[in-house]
Design a protein around this ligand. Structure first.
Ligand SMILES: Nc1nc2c(ncn2[C@@H]2O[C@H](COP(=O)(O)OP(=O)(O)O)[C@@H](O)[C@H]2O)c(=O)[nH]1
Ligand SMILES: [Mg+2]
Length: 497
């Protein structure tokens, strides 16, 4: 019943992701990568490895009898550059951390610039971007050992001692590199053959904090408005009432604007806020509360009266019949009041239901006074000790003053224990408008939303109780008597989230 809404929410999540994407990375998406805090710093073994690479690279140059003296010269400088690189890691880290503290966009801008530099340098290293294929073997070289799990992290892969491999960086590594590690020093390593990572000892404590906060993002008001404008259209298309969209806007704004949102958390915050808001606007009427009243009345020897209200064709009569079955299953006796004296064949329709359900119908002529029919049905119930009176009513447009007056009279005379507003979930915002109108003019105790089995959008269910301020007791889920289920908020939310 929420297929449409779910699709729309997913789209809005993607649009939120895009906002992050454009701010964090110039061309490559960093999306889906681990949060910065999980990125490894340089461990001691890695530092040693960096040192070793100097000798090994030099060795290699000699072995291969490099003809170009310039290149040989460059190779000799690797060691110094590695040391330089270390310093720059620390320096860059501080700069970015400071920038993040001060203002996220400054940091983001910085990241962007550095990312561009890093990518350029990495291109020279023949870096691969596939995350999982961290190390790609060169055909002409001996097959090295399989890369081990621990060989994570930028430096671990860049500098290591076993296996002669071309460096291949995962996207995660590129992300790290793009945070400033790849600088001019890194650039100077272009074209060099670098050894694969030595398996670094895991030092979890060092993993934390080094780049913490780098992936944070702060949405400004303008970005939020742009994002929400699209989400709002989706929500309205899903039949959510305008009031609900505005409530969501307020809540989302409070959660997203001006707050530091760690990478990958935007989606979570978005969904959680929407879910919490939906939870807050869905009021349940537990069936036990209804049964309690019936039992209390029964103890007093009086019938419990249910009045079914709603516009034409929403499913009042069908819902009344379903409720009759539900109550009968619980052991209560019932009588039906054919108080829709307006619609052609309405009395016959009720008689059919009644005979199938094995209950009596109290009826008058067509065009008769609905309140008088209800009066008779109640008297009948009293004299026959029947537990429940189910009062049907005529549905015309909710805007019809005549109908509303007639219903007011019916309610005055019948004095129902429960006035039930029946709506067709499929009609979306119309259902919400009807709930508002019936609520204001007649007043009701709870709603039953029918045809939820054929409603793809779900917005009416989410909006009716909020707009009317009255709980939902049941959902109609089909055309059979059994197709009615107590409204369960959490179950419903699980279908969306
Ligand atoms: N699919 C589906 N159809 C329903 C449901 N409830 C009612 N209907 C159908 O809606 C139509 C109108 O129902 P009816 O009870 O006559 O509406 P009323 O004019 O409000 O009394 C009938 O064809 C019903 O079978 C439901 O929960 N699911
Ligand atoms: Mg009817």
């Amino acid at each position: 019943m929420f297929d449409f809404l779910k699709k729309k929410l997913k789209e809005s999540v993607n649009s939120l992701k895009n906002i992050f994407k454009t701010s964090l990375s110039s061309e490559e998406s960093l999306e889906g990568k681990k949060p910065a805090k999980e990125i490894e710093p340089i461990s001691e073994p890695e530092k040693e490895a960096m040192q070793e690479v100097k000798e090994e690279v030099n060795e290699e140059i000699k072995e291969e009898k490099k003809e170009e003296a310039v290149k040989e010269e460059e190779q000799k400088h690797v060691a110094e550059e590695v040391k330089e690189l270390q310093k720059e890691v620390e320096k860059t880290e501080k700069v970015i951390e400071k920038a993040v503290e001060e203002e996220d966009f400054v940091a983001a801008k910085k990241l962007k610039e550095l990312a561009a530099k890093a990518k350029e340098a990495l291109k020279g290293l023949g870096a691969e971007t596939k995350k999982e294929e961290a190390v790609e073997e060169k055909k002409e070289e001996p097959t090295p050992e399989k890369p081990k799990e621990e060989k994570k992290g930028f430096f671990g892969k860049l500098f290591g001692k076993h296996g002669k491999k071309e460096v291949s960086l995962s996207s995660e590594d590129q992300a790290i590199a793009s945070q400033g590690v790849a600088t001019e020093s890194l650039r100077s390593l272009k074209g060099k053959k670098i050894e694969e990572a030595k398996p670094a000892e895991k030092k979890p404590e060092e993993k934390k904090g080094l780049f913490a906060g780098l992936f944070e993002k702060t949405l400004n008001e303008e970005e939020f408005e742009k994002f929400f404008a699209n989400l709002e259209i989706s929500l309205l298309e899903s039949n959510l009432a305008y009031e609900v969209t505005q409530l969501l806007k307020k809540r989302l704004k409070a959660e997203l604007v001006g707050k530091k949102i760690p990478r990958g958390k935007g989606e979570e915050i978005l969904f959680k806020t929407i879910e919490d808001t939906f939870r807050g606007i869905l009021f349940e009427k537990h069936p036990d509360e209804i049964l309690k009243v019936i039992n209390e009345n029964k103890a007093k020897g009086v019938p419990t009266k249910f009045l079914f209200l709603g516009v034409n064709g929403v499913g009042k009569t069908t819902t009344l019949a379903k409720m009759c079955q539900w109550l009968k299953d619980k052991g209560y006796s019932a009588v039906i009041s054919a108080s829709d004296t307006f619609r052609a064949a309405s009395i016959e329709q009720l008689e059919k239901h009644a005979s199938r359900l094995g209950v009596d119908v109290i009826k008058h002529k067509y065009g008769g006074d609905p309140a008088a029919v209800a009066f008779d049905a109640i008297e009948h119930a009293k004299s026959k000790k029947i537990d429940v009176v189910l009062i049907d009513s005529a549905g015309r447009q909710h805007t019809s003053a005549n109908l509303m007056d007639e219903l007011k009279k019916l309610k005055r005379v019948a004095k129902p224990d429960f006035s039930i507003f029946v709506a067709d979930a499929m009609t979306g915002n119309d259902a919400v408008e009807q709930a508002r109108e019936f609520g204001e003019q007649i007043g009701f105790d709870f709603s039953i939303l029918g045809k939820t089995d054929v409603d793809q959008k779900g917005g009416a269910i989410l909006s009716v109780s909020y707009v009317s301020g009255k709980p939902i007791a049941f959902l109609g889920t089909g055309q059979e008597y059994k197709d009615i289920e107590p409204f369960d908020r959490e179950k419903l939310l699980k279908r969306i989230f």
